[in-house]
Ligand binder design. Structure first.
Ligand code: GLP
Length: 247
């Protein structure tokens, strides 16, 4: 794991955006893994600003988001689909068919013979297959939960886990409460840790004092399923970009 310490969130956002755009320039058909949350918002703002200054072609790029809440659809302002539309997708020339986010309302498509749980499981298998059909993820961006979660892989998630339905911890629901006017969903669909580890390159972003403990554990702790991000220690190409407040 390599570490790059930057001054603040502004610098982190600009460095991360530069790496995202460089990956697209080098490989116009790049397959990107994308996170949500407050941390990558500045990265997306910088990508959009760069695209307004100069044409950057995203027309052959594919994206796979890490996760989505179960039971809320794209019209919900706190859905990750809505987050991505407003913060990136509406502003670059990505082909709509190349954008992928797990559908937490897959249950809508239930046939009378399928349970909600079967429909969501099918959505997860389909997501895995779609990643594989795209040739795997070239560059995965990750945020870091205060409890060490990556995507929505909460403590205890197996390092071999695949895309699946998970229950959110109370601490994660509390951390994500500011995004919701009402109750935070109790479940989500998330790429698994095993899925994430198959990405060819990974860039983890962490910013702010509230991430200090998690960053210290990621830096110092041996691998343990009790701290999901520690799974990244075995990956051959991980860069952690961390600002000073988080160190
Ligand atoms: C959510 C997301 C994660 C993200 C984490 C950190 O739980 N599912 O993918 O990394 O929040 O978010 P933030 O950047 O807001 O601290």
């Amino acid at each position: 794991m390599r570490w790059q310490v930057v001054g603040d969130h502004t610098e982190l956002s600009s460095v991360a955006a530069g790496l995202l755009l460089a990956a697209v320039r080098e490989k116009p058909t790049a397959v990107l893994g994308l996170p949500t949350g407050a941390t990558p918002e500045g990265m997306y703002r910088n990508v959009i600003a760069a695209c307004r200054r100069d044409y950057h072609c995203f027309s052959k790029v594919s994206t796979f988001n890490l996760d989505e809440y179960v039971g809320i659809d794209s019209s919900h302002p706190a859905s990750y689909r809505a987050y991505m539309q407003t913060r990136l997708f509406d502003h670059v020339d990505l082909a709509p068919g190349n954008i992928h986010i797990p559908d937490g309302t897959a249950a809508r498509f239930l046939s009378p013979s399928r349970t909600e749980s079967e429909a969501l499981d099918m959505e997860c298998s389909f997501y895995e297959q779609t990643i594989s059909d795209a040739g795997g993820i070239d560059l995965m961006f990750l945020g870091l939960g205060t409890n060490g979660h990556i995507g929505f892989n909460e403590p205890g998630s197996p390092f071999t886990s695949r895309t699946r339905r998970v229950t959110l911890t109370e601490s994660t629901r509390l951390a994500n409460a500011p995004w919701f006017a009402g109750e935070v969903p109790r479940e989500a669909l998330t790429m698994g840790i095993g899925t994430i580890l198959e990405s060819r390159r990974i860039i983890l972003l962490a910013s702010g004092a509230k991430k200090r403990d998690a960053v210290a554990r990621l830096h110092d702790q041996n691998q343990t399923e009790a701290f999901p991000a520690s799974a990244l220690q075995s990956h051959p190409d991980v860069l952690c970009i961390v600002d000073r407040a988080a160190m």
